[in-house]
Structure formats: C-alpha cells, structure tokens
Design a protein around this ligand. Structure first.
Ligand SMILES: [Mg+2]
Length: 364
C-alpha cells in the first residue's frame, strides 16, 4: 500500500460551442487531475482547483507534495493530509497550496474506495439516497445577452429545478426570473464585485425577483462583517465559501453570521475530509450547505458522493455548458435535472485518458 508516485497533469479541454456566439467569460478552462499510484498497482484520481492557475496547482503537487508522500502508506489519509498542511503552511495556508492538497487527498480517498471495492459514499458511512438534483449554473454573459434567456429556457426544459445566473445587472436578473417563472428558486452570483454599500443597494433592487440566495456580493470575499451587514439590512439570504479554504475559514464566516448558505468546494477547501468538517460545522451551527462544484471531472463526482452521504445541500451545482470531449469513460448520469451517484469503487469514475491526451498541457 506504499505510495510510489504522485502526479498532477494539466488538461485544457475547450467548451463545446454554443448556439449563439457570445464572448467567453469563463477564462481558459485548464483542469488539473492528480494520480496517486501505490505499489499494489492501484491508481487513485483527484482534482485540484486549477481554473486560471493550472501550472501553479500542478507544480505544488509535483514538486512540493510528491516528496512528502512517496514511500508512505496510502491508507493513512488523515495523517498524510495533516503532514501536507503542516509542511506547506509557510507558503501560504490558503489558495493554491490548499487546492493542490485537495486534489491529492481526493485521490487518496479514491484509492481507499478502490482498495475496499466500495463507492466513496459507502466508505464514508452510506447514503440516504443516490440521486442528487442539480441546479443549472449559467456562466456570466454580457449585460442582458439573449443567451441568458436561451440557457434558462433550455435548463427548465431539461428538468432542472433551480437556476443560478452570474449576472450583475437588475434587468438581466429580471430576464432570468421571467423565463423560469415564480416558483423556481433563482440565485445570483456576483463573484465579489461590490462594496458592502453597493451590495446592499443592489440586493434591495433585486428584492422583487425573490433570490433564493445572493452569492459572494462583496469584495473582498473574506469581509465577513460586510457580508453580515448586507444580509441583516436587506433580508436577502447570502451565500459564500468557494473562496474559503479549510474549516477554520468557514468557522470564522459562521461566527460572523456572514451568510446563510456555506459553499465548500471540494477541489479548494482541503479535500474530502475537510469538506465533511465544514458540512458538520454548518449543521451544528444551524446554517445551510450549498456546495460549490462547477467541475466536470473528479471534483464533480466527489461532490455527488459527499452530498449523497451527508444529505446536506439540496442541489449539486452543474455548470451549464459541456466540454468538447467527455472526460469519463462512462459519463455521469444526468437525466431530468437529477444525477445518479456512481456506484463503482472510490469516486466511481475513470478518466478517459485516451480522449484527454490531445488536450494535455506541458506543466512547464
Ligand atoms: Mg460562485
């Protein structure tokens, strides 16, 4: 069970073309997948957050974490994770370092599941159900671009029961609400654009569109008191957490009463166990969980297992576009807006390395 190799690889798979030509606002979509190999021939896979920083995430895995792990027993996930955190804290506790640790830790869990012959959710203690509703998470389009309407209509026709837009104008939010009707929950993600004052003003202006949550309205994301003030003064439920790493930052967010919905991201927060730490804190403190998962690879599969296991978080986030190639040998099943959690060992998915080969980027 000794670890013989740890390797991060970068793949830049372009999105599938859309029906209408719109400026692409999601940036270059390079993903980092991690493989941990043990001396019994098993390989676990994980995903480290990489959008915009693939070479940095991969370098931390390949140059900094690999030497800490090779030769160690892969079954000691908690101890190895603690070692990774402690040995890297000088480089910055949060951000790229934690993204890299998240990918490696996820691969260790995948290995554990493969060794046990059990899906991750079973390994963790079972699941109440293995079907997880998804919400369609639209990318940000310019102002009131027609694509918002087209995407929202398509998502509703496909059976999604909730919609998220990344629009920052009132008329564009109104467009989305008009398409989906009064009864479908609508959330708006600002990606930290506003001051607390602006956020409060905009939350008031969007009040009539009944936001289920308003996501990360305030810059900087760690201005927890600013978030708390916006939520208290407007009565609009806020969400945040995709930019938080480790349960410590989530605890601080809850202590400040910053938001209602906490959004751990399994490729960023520190991995599977840290995501679970956050989920338990959220439950103990009476908050709500709304996992962040705009992923296509192991990060998406892991989030499905975690939601199924904890029963927290009513929906999984499905970023609403597809890639040019399917990443898994057997695609995740999504029908009528509901995912079926894969029941193979570990994450229950296998990357299609042959299809991915054409998109591999040298890690420099
Ligand atoms: Mg977000």
């Amino acid at each position: 069970m000794k670890i013989v190799d740890v390797k991060a690889r970068i793949f830049a798979v372009p999105p599938r073309r859309m029906e209408t030509e719109v400026p692409w606002v999601f940036g270059r979509l390079a993903q980092v997948f991690v493989e941990v190999t043990t001396d019994d021939g098993l390989v676990g896979i994980g995903e480290a957050y990489a959008y915009g920083v693939p070479k940095a995430s991969a370098a931390v895995v390949n140059e900094t974490l690999r030497p800490l792990l090779v030769g160690e027993d892969a079954r000691r996930i908690a101890q190895l994770t603690q070692r990774m955190f402690q040995k890297t804290h000088l480089f910055g506790r949060y951000g790229v370092t934690t993204f890299a640790i998240s990918g490696v830790e996820m691969a260790l869990w995948d290995l554990a599941g493969k060794r046990a012959g059990q899906p991750l959710y079973q390994l963790l203690g079972g699941a109440a159900g293995t079907r997880v509703p998804a919400y369609a998470s639209l990318v940000r389009y310019p102002e009131e671009h027609e694509q918002i309407r087209l995407d929202a209509e398509k998502a509703m026709a496909e059976g999604f029961t909730m919609l998220k837009v990344h629009q920052i104008t009132v008329p564009s939010v109104a467009m989305a609400r008009e398409v989906i009707g009064e009864d479908v929950p609508l959330t708006v993600d600002i990606n930290c654009e506003w001051s607390p004052f602006e956020a409060a003003r905009m939350a008031e202006a969007m009040h009539e569109y009944e936001l289920f949550w308003l996501e990360e309205p305030v810059w900087p994301p760690e201005d927890y008191l600013g978030l708390a003030q916006v939520q208290a003064s407007t009565g609009v439920p806020l969400s945040s957490g995709e930019n938080a790493c480790t349960a410590h930052q989530f605890k601080a967010m809850m202590d400040a009463g910053a938001v209602t919905y906490l959004q751990p991201s399994v490729t960023k927060v520190g991995g599977i166990a840290e995501w679970l730490n956050v989920a338990r804190l959220v439950q103990l403190n009476g908050f709500e969980l709304a996992p962040h998962s705009p992923y296509f690879g192991p990060g998406l599969a892991a989030t499905l297992h975690l939601i199924a296991h904890t029963g927290q978080g009513r929906w999984i986030e499905k970023i609403y576009f597809d890639l040019e190639v399917e990443l898994f040998k057997e695609p995740l099943q999504l029908a009528g807006g509901v995912y079926t959690v894969p029941d193979g060992p570990g994450l229950g998915v296998e990357l299609n390395w042959e299809a991915l080969a054409a998109f591999e980027v040298a890690d420099g």
